[in-house]
Ligand binder design. Structure first.
Ligand code: HEM
Length: 400
């Protein structure tokens, strides 16, 4: 078994060498992961694609349909965990169809100007409470949260409350943190139930109201499924984008040449964000899948009953899939990164994440063209959370 610490600073700071070491052992390595336990991990692009695309052999639920690891959890944790991302066909297909339809009607691409407005406003306010400013908290976290609140149609006056709950949930580093998390989770669940009730009674704007309409028109979704769907959108839609934004800003602040290339011509932002998605790999692993039958992956045998996770970060750095895979190249094309996963669970929010990534960079570097790091890059720290590559803090100065 591999003894890699997937939450180590070394891995997050410079994933290339650690991942190359894993890949040298084969397309699959067996590892021990916090909470999940023993699990196989893919190390190549092809192996990750195989696991994520073959949703008959690799399923999210055990045979019999139970959700793993939740037996001792309170009811509301079970409820929010039982969402589309932890379901297989046919339930997944049914729920994904409903939310796809609701998303289509909201026309995500039309949100771009509004996302930019939110980003401009937050960039304006970056140093409002003093300098240096902590960019993760003040910008990278706030932007996706504001956007997802707006997309869902949550009232603006509720937003600060809502952001405070979400923040309490992302800071679980102690027992007290867990108590706060559970408390925040329950309050948020109650809040979303209330919003759904209001949307059912009064209709309204936003994705929650749209989901209710699709439900009315015959979409088969239960009340509990609706709540966990909204919860999933919030969770999957905010944290991940936060780390894409903060990770990209760090790369640009470290390299004046790259930054100059991008800021000279913002039509390059789309290409650049694709490469940041690959290089930052905010979501490092897929959810674990159960193996339903004995199967070969790249010449290695997985047995029925075992579990496997696609290591997205390893697929993204695989030299067999990307030229000079270890280099950040903002002009890279084509870019076959796997940051949004693949197969039936391919990220629902991929367009929104791209729009947010582009708007965040352009708004920030246009408002603060001389922005600099307030500390030496060697002092930057990542949160020790396995599976998510998240900067703990990114202190910045407006520059002169
Ligand atoms: C940089 C930002 C993002 C990244 C890196 C990302 C990554 C991913 C990945 C890897 C998966 C598949 C996980 C698996 O198969 O185990 C996924 C699924 C999902 N993502 Fe994203 N995501 C991002 C942004 C968003 C946003 C903005 C939203 C919502 C507005 C969103 C909503 C979802 C949902 C609902 C799923 C589950 C889809 C399904 O089960 O069919 N994501 N995402």
């Amino acid at each position: 078994m591999t003894r890699v610490d997937f939450s180590s600073e070394a891995l997050f700071r410079d994933p290339g060498p650690v991942i190359a070491g894993l890949r040298a052992q084969g397309p699959l390595v067996e590892a021990r992961f916090p909470v999940i336990g023993r699990v196989w991990v893919t190390t190549t692009h092809d192996a990750a694609v195989q696991v994520l695309k073959d949703s008959t052999t690799f399923t999210l639920r055990k045979e019999g349909g139970a959700l793993a690891g939740l037996r001792w959890m309170p009811w509301f944790v079970k409820r929010v965990a039982s969402n589309m991302l932890t379901m297989d066909e046919p339930d997944h297909t049914r729920l994904r169809g409903i939310v796809d339809e609701a998303f289509r009607r909201r026309a995500i691409v039309d949100m771009a100007p509004r996302v930019r407005e939110i980003a401009d406003h937050l960039a304006d306010e970056l140093f409002a409470d003093g300098s240096p400013a902590e960019l993760v908290e003040r910008y990278a976290r706030t932007l996706p949260l504001a956007v997802i609140c707006e997309l869902l149609g949550l009232p603006v006056e509720d937003r600060p409350r809502f952001i405070a709950w979400a923040n309490s949930m992302s800071q679980v580093t102690s027992v007290l943190g867990i108590v706060r998390l559970v408390h925040g989770l329950l309050r948020m669940l109650r809040y979303l139930e209330r919003r759904l009730r209001i949307a059912r009674e009064q209709g309204g704007e936003g994705l929650i109201a749209e989901l209710v309409r699709v439900e009315r028109e015959g979409g088969r979704i239960s009340g509990d499924e609706m709540v966990s769907m909204v919860f999933l959108l919030l969770g999957a839609g905010s944290e991940t984008t936060t780390h894409l934004i903060s990770g990209s800003v760090l790369e640009l602040l470290k390299d004046p040449e790259r930054r100059a290339w991008l800021t000279q011509d913002w039509s390059r932002a789309g290409l650049a964000v694709e490469e940041f998605l690959r290089f930052v790999s905010p979501v490092q692993f897929s959810k674990p899948r159960f193996v339903r039958r004995d199967v070969d992956i790249g010449g290695m045998r997985l047995k029925k009953g075992e579990r496997v996770m696609a290591m997205i970060a390893a697929a993204n750095l695989d030299p067999a899939a990307h030229d000079r895979a270890d280099q950040l190249d903002l002009t890279r094309k084509p870019n076959r990164h796997m940051s949004f996963g693949t197969g039936i669970h391919f990220c629902l929010g991929y367009q929104l994440a791209r729009i947010e990534g582009m708007a965040a960079l352009e708004a920030l570097f246009t408002r603060w063209p001389k922005l600099t790091l307030a500390v030496d890059p060697a002092e930057i720290r990542w949160r020790r959370r396995p599976g998510i590559r998240s900067l703990a803090k990114l202190p910045v100065l407006p520059g002169t």
